[in-house]
Ligand binder design. Structure first.
Ligand SMILES: [Ca+2]
Ligand SMILES: [Ca+2]
Length: 242
């Protein structure tokens, strides 16, 4: 029964964004208003006594800040994900971080420019889960790593997941979650009465490429599949209860 309930809760999340960094940064971009960039890596980092032995899954890639030379104390790196089409005023963000070493600085997460998470210093040689909810419509999420006072300060992240846990509904759900590179982000004119529809329209105008369309169709299909699964689970639960 518990299993069925868990399944029900899981499939209810039609709109979600995940990134395991195994293939790429999933549309995340390294910002320029900082000192250096996040890297992707598999296995351990080049420096001893800092960094993870592998990614969170064990065989893939993670994103991390390499704090060896030429990096200096206080150098920062920002990785940004832009989620302009998430139709929700409430999101849940989770990810794993690995902060191990004698000189670990800090990791901060900003949602729409406001800091929502911060951790400093070594947290042991293990992946730790961060999980929090934010009552706002996601514009962007930024992971900022800051280098500590010496080189044993690598900080890694993996398995980012953002889900809509509250808002949304009706036809607008088709817009679902669409995380794209921040450089595509556009401001919505103040006079427009339907900001999301406008954004979606702009999005299509600016991304006429077939693969974008297919991606959209794929998400629509996935979303409908989720709804169908949900219906099946509800029937199962009723059958079990009767
Ligand atoms: Ca990974
Ligand atoms: Ca950078």
């Amino acid at each position: 029964m518990l299993l069925i309930f868990a399944l029900l809760v899981n499939v209810a999340f039609g709109a979600e964004f995940t990134c395991n960094f195994d293939k790429d940064n999933c549309g995340g971009i390294n910002r320029k208003d900082d000192k250096f960039d996040w890297s992707r890596r598999a296995g351990s980092t080049p420096s001893s006594g800092t960094g993870p032995p592998s990614d969170h899954g064990g065989n893939g890639f993670y994103a991390y800040i390499e704090t060896s030379s030429p990096r200096r104390q206080g150098d920062n790196a920002k990785l940004e994900f832009s989620g302009k089409d998430l139709n929700s005023d409430a999101i849940r963000i989770s990810f794993y971080y690995h902060m191990f070493g004698a000189n670990v600085g800090s990791l901060k997460v900003f949602v729409n420019g406001q800091q929502e998470f911060s951790k400093s210093g070594s947290q042991g040689n293990k992946w730790v889960m961060a999980d929090f909810k934010v009552q706002k419509r996601l514009t962007n999420i930024v992971f900022e790593g800051v280098r500590g006072n010496r080189w044993q300060g690598d900080i890694a992240i993996d398995d980012l997941k953002i889900v809509d846990y509250g808002g949304g509904g009706g036809e607008e759900e088709e817009e679902a979650m669409d995380v794209v590179a921040a450089r595509h982000h556009q401001q919505v004119p103040q006079h427009h009465h339907h900001p999301h529809k406008h954004r979606l329209h702009q999005h299509r105008l600016h991304h006429p490429h077939p693969h974008r369309h297919r991606l959209h169709q794929h998400r629509l299909h996935q979303h409908r599949l989720h709804l169908r699964l949900q219906q099946v689970v509800v029937v199962l639960v009723r059958l079990q209860g009767s």
